[in-house]
Each structure stands twice: as C-alpha cells, then as structure tokens.
Design a protein around this ligand. Sequence first.
Ligand SMILES: [Mn+2]
Length: 410
Amino acid sequence: MKIDADFHKRKRNAILQQLNNNEIAIFTSSYPAWKTHDQFFPFRQDSNFYYLTGLWELTPSLLIITAEGFLGSNEWLLIPRPDEVKARWDGGVETKESIQEKTGLSNLHYWDEFELKFGRMFSSQKKVLLNIPELDFSYIHHPAKTIQEKIRAAFPLVSFGSANPLTSKLRQLKENHELSKIRRAIEVTGAGIEKMKQVAPTVDFEYELEAAFVHEIKRHGVKEQGYHPIIAAGKNATVLHYSENNQQLGDHDCILVDVGAEVDGYSADITRVFPKNKMNDRQAAIYEAVLRVNEKVIKAIKPGIVYQSLNDLAKELLTEEAMKLKLIQLPSEITNVYMHRVSHFLGLDVHDVGQYTQLLEPGMVITVEPGLYINKENIGIRIEDDVLVTETGFEVLTSSVRKNLHPNFS
Ligand SMILES: [Mn+2]
C-alpha cells in the first residue's frame, strides 16, 4: 500500500473508533460549481472527503463508515459509473482498481446502487452524521445536504448529526506527510513574494504584482491558491478583505500582500509588506512595531498554553506600540487600528478546523498575524507567519520568507 493510501486508511480507522454503535458517518465529495452555460469553476475537493480518501478529482462520490458492520465491512466508497463518452471529452476516468490503490478502500460500489445495496443500513434507530459545512451559507447547496434530503425522505425515523467533529481533532494534528506539503506550499509562496518585491519598482498596478506571483508559482508547478490573493497598495491595505487588486501603485506606497499557494490541498498563508520603492522613517517605524509584536507572539507559542492567550498577548503588545506611535490615546481605542484575531489554524482549509478555547498541542499549525491599519496615513501593515507547534515550543515554517529587513530597505 502506498504511504498516502495508508495515511487515509488510518484516518478512516480513527473515525470508526469514535462512532457509537448506531451511528453511520457519510462524507460526500464536492460537486463542480457551475459558472455559466457549460462552464464550471475550478473544482476543489471537500477537505474532509479528501482527508479520508485521498481522492482529489473524482466526483461525485460518497464515503460511508459504520460502527456496526454491514455486509462484512465497516467502510464503503460509492463512485460514479465509468462513462466512456465523458472520458473522450474530459479525459481519463478512474477505474475501481486505480481508486482502490489510491484510497486503500476495498469495498467500492457504483453511486446508482446506493438505495438498492445500502437501504437496509438505515433502520429507525440509526443516526446519520454528515459533512455539511459548519459555515452553512444558505445559498450554497453542499452535496451532503442533498444526501440528507434523500435519506430523510426514504427513512423518516433516522436522526441526523454532524460528521465534522469526527475529523476536526484529527485534522488539527499534522503528520510529517502533511507538513511536507505545507512546507512546499510555503516555499513556493515565498518565491512568489520575492518575485513581487523584485518587480514592484518597475510596475504600476496591483494586478501586475498578482500576475508576477501567479507566474512564479505556476513556474514551480503549483496551479492553485488556497484563497483569493490580497495585493493591496497604500490605503487599500487597511481594508482587511480587499480583493480587487486593480489600483495604481503610488511611488511612496507600502504594499501588503497576503497570499498562499496550495499544494495537494494544503495551503500556505503568508502576509508580507514591502515598499514600492523605499519606506520613509514613519512607515518603517510602524513596520518595525508590528514586526516586534509578530516575533514576541511567536516566542510565546508552546504546547499546553490556551490558544486564546496568544490573542490577548498580541492585543496588549499592539496597544503599547500604537500608543508609542501616537496612533491612539487610550488602550480602548486599539480596535480603531487592529480589529482581527492574531491567529487561526492552517491546513486543508486556509482557516482550518479547531477552536480558540483549546490548548496548543505538538503538530498543530497556526498563523501569527498581528497588524496595524491606519487609514489616515494610507498604510496597513500585517506580518503573517505560519508556525508549527513542537514538543518543546515552535518552528517558524515561514522563516525563509524574509521579513527582518533594514527599515529603509529598498
Ligand atoms: Mn491568515
């Protein structure tokens, strides 16, 4: 069995261990998202489904795990029937054999056999756990909801719950196999950021920097980004989710870039700020203040501390710095210049699974991203690193992406 298949099999076993006898966990793959007429947005697999199967492209499929054995097994994958015509137009179709090799799953059936073969599984006392997304935007119809409707219609006495807590704790603790993908995503993202810094003095618009980033990561064989990149010059950097990336760069602007290449589903999430040409003393002073906070918060990371305490520390330190910089008069005014959390979990989802009330454990990957956003000075500074919690403390995974530069770096 390949390393990847073994990884996914172990994760499915870990799900099985958590199930009560009457529970059936069902994980659906994503569906392609429709764009126009016969065009679709680039396909992105459901993170939980991918984590448990390793299947990235194949749609639509269904993974079933039951505590109580059924037909001699505890896990099944339902896949689409091979379609020769579709294969001629869209390329290769996975066979049962190739899927078995990738996933380590031996019980494969075709999707259209679901009711016929698995109908008996859903007796009245069963509880079905589904991977319906936690942020359940009403206008997004996740395939898990379709399955829920189908099961509810056929078996009205079955009850439902969420399958997400089953994968949440597992996904937080990254194995080396996963860390190597995150490290690669970071390496490529770093190369893309260096490229943007290099070309900044010679280009005029934010989108030219975005193009330089995309060119660089694709040159490294990375097609996808974990999220829409933020390339924000001057005042735009004070808009936290700025995404237009279409404004002209001012000669004296600082440029905030928040970008993350995605490798095999795992995303980097890095923010750096650099000047179009040269920082003035005031810009450099604000930059250095945020950098001090970034470094102090990182140093506080170790197993056993409450995740939330990093947030409190960042707020306290940023308040001190903001008062020294005369950005605020009173500590209570800090929310005028800093208004988000200092950290989130990072992994298959760029804002990965996990709670802020938890204690940090070795194997968790979190971001550290303090910032100061000063509208009237046309500047937003955020410095974001990706950090692995280790047995003894921390490892800054993004340490090769330069941030400690002379204040007047050009
Ligand atoms: Mn982030």
